[in-house]
Design a protein around this ligand. Structure first.
Ligand SMILES: *Cc1c(COP(=O)(O)O)cnc(C)c1O
Length: 365
């Protein structure tokens, strides 16, 4: 099989050095391994700009959704009510989680092309004092829009509600002042902007809020408080941990630092994204999200006018030449998506653009 690079928003293309870390079968209960977990937890807090006095980081087995489900089903008590702010499939997924767990919720749905409005959130919170928690997505990977967490956080905090942010596809690739914004629970995962491989999610949690959640969990394996309590002792995971993923992640964190931290990585992703949009626009493909709200992680494109090819044709043409792209996920328009995160550089985007130009030329003939 020919190898290709992933232009998808996670799993993404990782470095060979990150992959090499997985060649060792590490023991889970020994000092070294537990120390790796503890170091990862410390580094995550530092990336989030929060102190160990106020916040803690908890690692949770499973993909990103397991982390979101862990938070939603662990931190809202039986008298709580959740406001879900949604403008894409990942916002909708939080409603699905609440639905499954029987957690009362209200949902504010915004058009997929628009960022949720703080004024609307304010009105909902004012009119429904039963709401105790608000949850939103930062980078909505469905469309590529980057939501305004600053504006929403400010009203949620004004009303003294607990704020949950799914920053799955942004944390590590977009700088987030977690403490300053008053985010109480932020969720991300190993295989996105930190550039590790799939296997666990992590939660940056306000310690006080997490302590208060003791005994609330509706699930055993996703109980966030219990996971924290065990991990906090000495770095031992509560159940079998994804050892290979943990080793790869520890390496990925070192490589993030070597690159120059979040600021430098964010600049590379933005540059990838800028070149992508410029080159694709010149081929007649317009981004679905307007420039002001387009995030650097993934871009949704509308097909060029009078297209006579399918996604599958385009996908295979590009894949044979070394890159894998993503189908569209928005429902009301014909689209496809290109991710610009991972071990991907401007020269990859230039190469992809040339492949795409060639594809369109061949289609015209
Ligand atoms: C990737 C992602 C998730 C988690 O998806 P999994 O498939 O469970 O890893 C959740 N929210 C957003 C915004 C994502 O991009």
């Amino acid at each position: 099989m020919n190898h290709y690079k992933l232009l998808t928003p996670g799993p993404l293309t990782t470095t060979d050095t990150v992959k090499q870390e997985m060649l060792f079968d590490h023991c889970t209960w020994d000092e070294d391994y537990k120390n790796i977990t503890q170091t990862i937890r410390k580094q995550l807090l530092s990336l989030a700009h929060v102190s160990e006095d106020d916040y803690t980081a908890v690692l949770m087995q499973g993909s990103g959704t397991f982390g979101v489900e862990s938070v939603i089903t662990s931190v809202i008590n039986e008298n709580g009510k959740l406001l879900i702010i949604a403008n894409g499939a990942y916002g909708e997924r939080m409603a699905d989680i609440a639905e499954h767990a029987g957690i009362p919720y209200e949902i504010y749905r915004e058009d997929y092309r628009k960022v949720p409005q703080a004024a609307v959130v304010e009105k909902i919170l004012r009119e429904d004092p039963a709401i105790t928690h608000a949850a939103m997505v930062h980078s909505e990977t469905t469309s590529g829009i980057l939501n305004d967490i600053e504006a929403i956080a400010s009203v949620v905090k004004e009303y003294n509600k607990t704020l949950i942010v799914d920053a799955m596809s942004s944390f590590g690739g977009v700088d987030i002042e977690v403490g300053q914004l008053g985010i109480d629970f932020l969720i991300s995962s190993a295989n996105k902007c930190i550039q590790g491989v799939p296997g666990f999610s992590f939660i940056i949690a306000d310690k006080k809020k997490l302590s208060d959640s003791k005994g609330n969990a509706r699930s055993l394996s996703l109980d966030l408080y219990d996971q924290w309590e065990t991990m906090e002792k000495d770095g031992k995971w509560r159940f079998t941990s994804p050892t290979h993923t943990v080793l790869a992640f520890a390496k990925a964190l070192k490589e993030l630092e070597a690159e120059g931290g979040i600021a430098k990585r964010a600049a590379r992703y933005r540059e990838n994204n800028r070149i992508l949009i410029e080159r694709f626009q010149s081929m007649g493909m317009q981004p679905y999200i307007d420039g002001a709200h387009q995030g650097p992680v993934i871009t949704t494109f509308l097909y060029p006018a009078d297209t006579d090819f399918t996604f599958s044709e385009m996908y295979h043409y590009i894949k044979e030449r070394g890159y894998a792209i993503y189908p569209g996920k928005v429902t009301e328009a014909e689209t496809f998506r290109i991710g610009t995160i991972g071990e991907i550089y401007p020269e990859d985007i230039e190469k992809l653009s040339e492949i795409m130009e060639q594809f369109l030329k061949e289609k015209e003939q």
